[in-house]
Design a protein around this ligand. Structure first.
Ligand code: ADP
Length: 255
């Protein structure tokens, strides 16, 4: 479904953020992307989103080269505080992008209400972002992405700004949502190695700057995943150690 073909990106100041990234993702897969800080994870997602144009190589989505922001795409950023409109109710925040879907006001509101219910915020629809905790605001951002019904969901450190308990809840929410939309393909950038294994079907490790694919590891864990039992499985412990070693080794070489 998604083909990243030897993508290199150099910013205007000449800094090469990623070099020769090659990756294929099938429809419905959830791929975690990890790597040392500054290795170009966000740059790669921005290229896939059509926000940044690769200086070399290309990205093909459903057989078509990405040349602008694709229609069926949603992006969840770490900084939920800046991704929601403070003057709109959370229902209106979720409903807003649905204008692009050509839905009338009533249908937009109904879809927003349904997505909010899916993330456990059905009763909070009339509240405003500032009246919610960080974890709840990030749920709103996820609800907005879901209501849009994207074929491709890009998440850049989506749980990086919430506390540990909320983070686990959001990871489980992502897995539930994903179960309910089997066709949706997800790329999740995270610096949390445990998280990359816990939620992923595959973990892609990028090497230190400029980033290239260093390893692409299948996550062979039984479902449904569960915070305590899954993390205790020998296969989980082994894989997280392997990913940790790959990320750290590279980071040390770079220093
Ligand atoms: P990561 O997400 O892995 O931390 P980024 O993609 O954010 O990495 O950044 C990779 C490199 O590109 C870093 O050295 C960063 O400073 C640089 N970079 C990111 N955005 C820009 C930009 N808009 N202009 C110039 N350099 C940038």
């Amino acid at each position: 479904m998604l083909d990243i073909e030897d993508v290199t990106h150099a910013y205007a100041d000449g800094l090469v953020a990623i070099r020769g990234v090659r990756l294929q993702v099938a429809a419905g897969e959830l791929v975690s992307i990890v790597g040392p800080s500054g290795c170009g994870k966000s740059t790669l997602l921005r290229c896939v989103a059509g926000l940044v144009r690769p200086t070399e190589g290309r990205i093909v989505l459903d057989g078509r080269p990405v040349e602008g922001v694709p229609d069926d795409l949603a992006f969840v950023f770490q900084d939920y505080g800046r991704s929601l409109y403070p003057w709109l109710s959370i229902r209106d925040n979720v409903a807003l992008p649905l204008r692009r879907r050509g839905l009338d006001r009533r249908a937009r509101r109904a879809a927003a209400q349904e997505a909010l219910a899916q993330v456990g915020l059905g009763d909070a629809a009339r509240r405003h972002p500032m009246q919610l905790s960080g974890g709840m605001q990030q749920r709103v951002a996820i609800a907005r992405a879901l209501a849009y019904g994207p074929r491709l969901l890009l998440m850049d450190e989506p749980f990086g700004s919430v506390d540990a308990q909320a983070r686990e809840d959001l990871e489980d929410l992502l897995l539930r949502v994903r179960g309910a939309s089997p066709g949706m393909t997800i790329l999740l950038v995270t610096h949390d190695i445990d998280e990359s294994v816990y939620v992923g079907d595959r973990v892609v490790v990028l090497s230190g700057a400029p980033g290239a694919v260093r390893a692409d590891l299948p996550v062979d864990l039984p479902g449904p995943r569960e915070q305590i039992a899954t993390r205790e499985l020998p296969a989980f412990v082994h894989l997280r150690a392997e990913v940790g070693r790959l990320v750290r080794e590279r980071a040390e070489t770079v220093q």
